[in-house]
Write a protein that binds this ligand. Structure first.
Ligand SMILES: [Zn+2]
Ligand SMILES: [Zn+2]
Length: 257
């Protein structure tokens, strides 16, 4: 048993069930450790909630998303384990932001408590919740996988891009703007760092294989090179075609610029 982890979890104020999962302690051991440390544990009524019920309200979804964006930066393999150290670090960062936005006050009705943050991380690991991206608001948020795809907490996803409606006569490989593709290439990098596969990323961001490949190539570009791309190309379509043109001998930026 990791005594120092157990002490930390007790002091942070996790409920007993969570402390037991991460330390292997018994309920009695947690109770006596709390006594020794002079900590009054939270009132523990009923089982732990699940993320789906925690994320029922828009306000709660926004709070949980702020937590998850912090968690995903530090968590090690968040899609296969619960990184409890990262949960604590991300939650304290999230709490500071939450209070700072409200003149030091907490919005007690909506603030995400540490146990609930842990539950979101747990259900993210078991893939019952997932990150989603809103193409209208340009934000990333966390939702239950049972929710419809377009359920952005800010806009409700009113402008749904219909990516199956395309004119087959005009063989455009992309209908997006150059700026949109550059933004998407940053998202592709971010989602890959969060542990999503190329197929999952394409599906979530609503991009084609060719757009995905083009985004991957844009990842190595510096800011001045990206500016050069913005100046040179008038459509995303011509940019994607240029990026995917075969050239093994030259670095991709020297080829398109
Ligand atoms: Zn949306
Ligand atoms: Zn939105």
């Amino acid at each position: 048993m990791d005594e120092s982890l157990a002490k930390t979890l007790v002091h942070v104020g996790f409920r007993s069930a969570i402390i037991r999962i991460h330390t292997g302690m018994t309920r009695k051991q947690v109770t006596s450790l709390r006594k020794r440390e002079g900590i009054v544990g939270p009132s523990e009524s009923g089982p732990l909630p699940n993320a789906e019920s925690l994320l029922a309200k828009k306000e709660a979804t926004l709070e949980a998303s702020l937590f998850m964006l912090a968690y995903l930066i530090t968590a090690k393999s968040p899609r296969t384990t619960i990184d409890v150290e990262a949960v604590m670090a991300a939650h304290s960062q999230y709490y500071d932001c939450h209070a700072a936005l409200r003149n030091g006050q907490l919005d007690l009705e909506n603030v995400l408590e540490i146990d609930d943050a842990w539950v979101i991380a747990r259900d993210y690991r078991s893939k019952e919740v997932t990150m989603r991206s809103c193409s209208t608001c340009h934000i990333e948020f966390v939702v239950s996988i049972n929710r419809p795809k377009h359920c952005c907490p800010l806009c409700d996803g009113v402008q749904v891009r219909d990516r199956f409606h395309c004119d087959h006569a005009d063989r455009a490989v992309s209908k997006r703007s150059v700026a949109e593709l550059i933004e998407l290439s940053r998202k592709v990098t971010q989602w890959a760092n969060w542990g999503y596969s190329p197929t999952e990323i394409q599906k979530e961001l609503g991009i084609s294989q060719k757009e995905f490949d083009a985004c991957t190539k844009l990842q190595g570009f510096t800011d001045p090179q990206l500016q050069g791309v913005l100046d040179k190309y008038t459509s995303g379509d011509s940019l994607v075609k240029a990026l995917l043109k075969d050239s093994r001998s030259r670095p991709v930026h020297s080829k398109v610029l």
